[in-house]
Design a protein around this ligand. Structure first.
Ligand SMILES: C[S@@+](CC[C@H](N)C(=O)[O-])C[C@H]1O[C@@H](n2cnc3c(N)ncnc32)[C@H](O)[C@@H]1O
Length: 328
């Protein structure tokens, strides 16, 4: 089933995602929480919450937090990070929460173009006058991680590469506005915020990037080692001997008007309807895709997990400048 498969991809290297990647979005998490007035007693749900760093930041502001993500392994980390939160493994297209049970719903790069039913679900679980905010990749010109995405596209099956490009399209003017409107929201504010991936060396950067869902199809196609080598090549020139890598990208954010009960009449399907699905296929990395996009055989993922790449690279990454070598 689609969301479970997405969860397995995102959860395959859960600790790497949680500790080497997820902190990059902190500035965006804080900006959105500020905009939505998250504070003491706010009932907040973070949709596609990953390993729960954003939810933990909201908890530190005094919110009562819940989160849902397709990846069991990421949810396990979220639970440890915020023991009094309510974290569930599940599908954002069918949220396991009651109607009108949250003051705030957020999603940080978790809902993309093609995932409109997840926005409708956010609308459904918000109280009247509740607040919703979501982020997505900003302009391509300000996407410091572009060399990574180009490698993903280069080594992925064509269908997946096309889906990745479409997901990047979420930030194009008008796209997210349409998504919100289709769910019964009306845009109130839109803006951008810079996020920065910080890594001490190329080896660590590659470990982090290999943990992201979009890396799964290229790794299945060419193998973990080959994909990591290919990433090392494009990351090495970005590494400063003294500073390491600091890769800045832009997130866009939107904050629609609070829903009114009357909005729900046309926008939200009754709960008794069959589970909602995206209207059209989206990347498997978001669980909406129905057909298999990876070309590798079934056993490939197990093979990838056993890869010796991190161990071999501990002695240094070929192509990286000396100060950018991995830990010994
Ligand atoms: C780019 S990550 C963002 C994670 C987190 N929000 C963050 O900021 O680090 C996308 C997340 O969406 C989750 N995801 C993908 N499809 C999903 C689905 N159908 N339902 C719930 N979560 C899903 C993945 O497991 C992954 O954790």
């Amino acid at each position: 089933m689609a969301w479970e498969e997405a969860g397995r991809g995102w959860g395959a290297r859960a600790a790497e995602w949680a500790y080497l990647f997820e902190p990059y979005a902190r500035s965006a998490n804080e900006r959105v929480f500020e905009l939505l007035g998250v504070g003491t007693g706010t009932r907040l749900v973070d949709i596609a919450c990953g390993s729960g760093l954003a939810a933990n930041l909201a908890r530190r502001r005094g919110a009562e937090v819940s989160g849902i993500d397709a990846a069991e392994a990421l949810i396990a980390i979220a639970r440890v990070r915020t023991p009094d939160g309510d974290f569930r493994a599940g599908d954002m297209f069918s949220l396991p929460f009651d109607d009108e049970s949250f003051d705030v719903a957020t999603s940080f790069n978790g809902i993309w173009k093609g995932c409109e039913p997840a926005v409708r679900q956010a609308h459904r679980v918000l109280v009247a006058r509740g607040r919703f905010g979501m982020t997505f990749w900003g302009s391509f010109e300000r996407l410091g991680l572009m060399p990574y995405f180009l490698k993903v596209i280069e080594h992925s099956p064509t269908s997946h590469g096309a889906a990745s490009i479409e997901q990047g399209d979420t930030g194009r003017s008008g796209v997210v506005e349409e998504m919100l409107e289709s769910a019964g929201f009306r845009l109130l504010q839109r803006g951008s915020v810079d996020v920065v991936n910080e890594w001490p060396d190329v080896h660590t950067a590659v470990r982090a990037l290999a943990a992201a869902g979009p890396s799964v199809p290229p790794m299945e196609a060419i193998g973990y080692d080959a994909f990591c080598d290919s990433l090392s090549e494009v990351l090495a020139p970005l590494c400063d001997d003294d500073i390491g890598l600091r890769i800045s990208s832009e997130f866009g954010w939107v904050r629609p008007r609070s829903p009114e009960h009357s909005d729900r009449v046309n926008a939200v399907a009754p709960r008794s309807r069959p589970r909602e699905r995206p209207a059209r296929p989206v990347s498997r990395s978001h669980g909406g895709r129905r057909r298999r996009v990876g070309s590798g055989p079934r056993h490939t993922r197990r093979t990838l997990r056993r890869s010796s790449w991190p161990r071999r690279r501990r002695a240094g990454t070929p192509g990286a400048r000396p100060g950018c070598r991995g830990p010994r």
